[in-house]
Design a protein around this ligand. Structure first.
Ligand code: 13P
Length: 253
């Protein structure tokens, strides 16, 4: 059975003062029934790791370079994230695809680098509003999956996050039927590529304006194994409510 995952993406938010939120989260969830992950800015990783101590909350990066090391000013290697305490890394987020022109092939190379450093890759896919309006959502997601997932991807080292670009930071969310359709499609694509048994091991997250108020409804949708949460992960009270909703959600397949 897949372990449910509540993942927070702090994006470019947070300084050491924000560690107070982590302290509150650890206190509120000393023994979470789901996997809990926070992906802070890289500057906070080691501090956060120290703050968390032995508590069962994981940390992750928000990006890594495809190379193991080298002359890449400003970039961070996967092994460096692991060295700072990370167990996961978000890759191919739509903000990186848009802000840094990351193509599927780049995301795929980064995912391979993450796996080589024993990090779990959270690979993001999702359509823009124009693509949805044009009826191209499933095609776009298929293309992103085919291009971004390496052949070595497995359920134990890879999570897929469906994040419709138009739902990120907007307060808009897809209907439950729309989320269910895309998640079922992702599962079918994984089945076709990696085989039926392996496909069942990949966790599928929904991301885009997940809040305490809508979390339970989203977590009740088939094939939703958790969430990738942006804004609502910055405040312990909000993220805690989302974690609790996931703990109470029906068990994934
Ligand atoms: P919001 O939850 O702020 O919409 O962000 C979602 C997201 O992009 C998580 O990676």
């Amino acid at each position: 059975m897949r372990q449910k995952l509540a993942a927070g993406n702090w994006k470019m938010h947070g300084t050491r003062a924000s560690l107070v939120e982590v302290r509150a989260l650890v206190a509120a969830h000393p023994d979470p029934a789901v996997e809990v992950l926070i992906c802070p800015p890289a500057t906070l990783l080691a501090w956060m790791d120290a703050e968390i101590g032995q508590a069962p909350i994981r940390t992750g990066g928000q990006d890594c370079h495809a190379a193991a090391s080298g002359a890449h000013t400003g970039d961070i290697a996967a092994a460096m994230l692991a060295d700072a305490g990370a167990s996961h890394v978000i890759l191919g987020h739509s903000e990186r695809r848009a802000d840094h022109g990351e193509a599927d092939a780049t995301v795929r190379a980064k995912t391979e680098a993450a796996h080589a450093a024993d990090l779990t890759a959270i690979v993001c896919v999702g359509e823009t509003l124009a693509e949805r309006d044009a009826g191209r959502t499933l095609d776009v997601v298929s293309g992103q999956l085919a291009g971004s997932l390496p052949d070595g991807a497995r359920g134990r080292n890879t999570v897929v996050a469906y994040e419709p670009v138009w739902a990120i930071g907007t307060g808009r969310t897809p209907t439950e039927a729309q989320i269910a359709e895309v998640h079922a499609h992702i599962r079918a694509e994984l089945r076709a590529r990696f085989g039926a048994a392996e496909a069942e091991r990949f966790r599928l997250l929904y991301g885009g304006s997940v809040k305490p108020a809508n979390a339970a409804g989203i977590f009740a949708i088939a094939e939703v194994d958790g969430a990738l949460v942006g804004g609502a992960s910055l405040k312990a009270a909000d993220f805690s409510a989302i974690i609790s909703a996931l703990e109470q959600a029906p068990a994934p397949g």
